[in-house]
Design a protein around this ligand. Structure first.
Ligand code: NAD
Ligand code: 0WE
Length: 263
């Protein structure tokens, strides 16, 4: 029996087989968790259906959800409540800034609209899911998890306004944890090292970033979505019952280095 047996999770953020959310779903399913999924738009329904089938999950529990819409977020929990009498886990693996925000210098690229959209989709949406999901999660040792990146703490070239959005997301983890702790709900984040997913495709110089991470991390390599998935399964399970409000790095140790290694 897996360490998540009897748990029910909603996973937001599957877009492909390479998504971090896919690695999380694989680990959850292996550990005996039941999973419902959302998908951003109809274009992604096929992918998410295939994943749910492959993991032996109920393909009725797939819901459209563009997180910029309060109505769509609300509708997910209304629909899920017709199948499940409660929910133990919400995974938020969503990030977005308009493409032109992620190129060139920060001052040159940042705009009021680019700032608004990146913070809405990448940070507010975590609070919005917590707010809408809370009624189904109360009274059952629940856990919420989001995905962040080191650029919340240290300036990473080209990550630009997404770095500000991740800083806001990490503060959101702490405020949610402080608020929901009394209800038995834990809230954490994983700060993942760079991984080649759809969200990384087309970022100029991403390959260079990966090869830098291979040289600069203590483990001399990048991380996989399976490794992020395993840490996510731990953090969302009762094994992590004493952990809340934390940002856990799954980055082969890269963040602890002050200088790059030379072999
Ligand atoms: P991905 O492209 O597979 O996943 C991003 C997801 O965000 C997609 O499923 C997409 O549908 C969803 N999304 C974007 N806008 C949305 C909206 N308006 N409504 C609903 N969903 C929306 O890429 P990924 O790398 O798996 O990214 C997942 C998370 O991990 C993001 O928060 C990202 O910032 C974070 N992260 C990624 C890396 C990396 O190097 N890949 C590193 C650290 C953190
Ligand atoms: O969080 C991310 C990527 C987030 C992301 C990616 C895109 C690409 C497509 C947000 N919005 C968009 N918008 C699009 O139109 N990462 C941690 C991966 C990443 O992205 C970078 C990185 C790293 C690492 C961008 C610049 C520099 C480093």
């Amino acid at each position: 029996m897996g360490f998540m047996a009897g748990k029910r999770a909603l996973i937001v953020g599957v877009a492909s087989e390479r998504s971090i959310a896919t690695g999380i779903a694989e680990a959850f399913a292996r550990e005996g968790c039941e999973i419902a999924f959302t998908y951003q738009n109809e274009r992604l329904l096929g992918r998410v259906t295939k994943l749910a089938e492959r993991l032996g999950q109920n393909t009725e529990l797939l819901y459209p959800c563009d997180v910029s819409s309060d109505d769509e977020i609300e509708a997910v929990f209304t629909a899920l409540g017709k199948h499940w009498d409660g929910l133990d886990i919400i995974v938020h693996s969503v990030g977005f800034a308009p493409r032109e925000q992620l190129a060139g210098g920060f001052v040159e690229s940042v705009t009021r609209e680019g700032f608004r959209i990146s913070h809405d989709i990448s940070a507010y949406s975590f609070a919005a899911l917590a707010k809408a999901g809370l009624p189904m999660m109360e009274g059952r040792k629940g856990a919420m998890l989001t995905m962040t990146y080191y650029a919340a703490e240290k300036a990473v070239p080209s990550y630009n306004v997404m770095g500000l959005a991740k800083a806001s997301l990490e503060a959101c983890v702490r405020f949610l944890a402080a608020d929901l702790g009394a209800k038995g709900i834990r809230v954490n984040a994983i700060s993942a090292g760079a991984i080649k997913t759809l969200a990384a495709a087309g970022i100029s110089g991403f390959r260079k970033m990966l090869s830098h991470a291979e040289k600069a991390s203590p483990l001399r390599r990048t991380v996989t979505t399976a490794e992020v998935g395993n840490a996510a399964a731990f953090l969302c399970s009762d094994l992590a019952s004493g952990i809340t409000g934390e940002i856990t790095f799954v980055d082969a140790g890269a963040n602890i280095m002050a200088m790059s290694l030379d072999d």
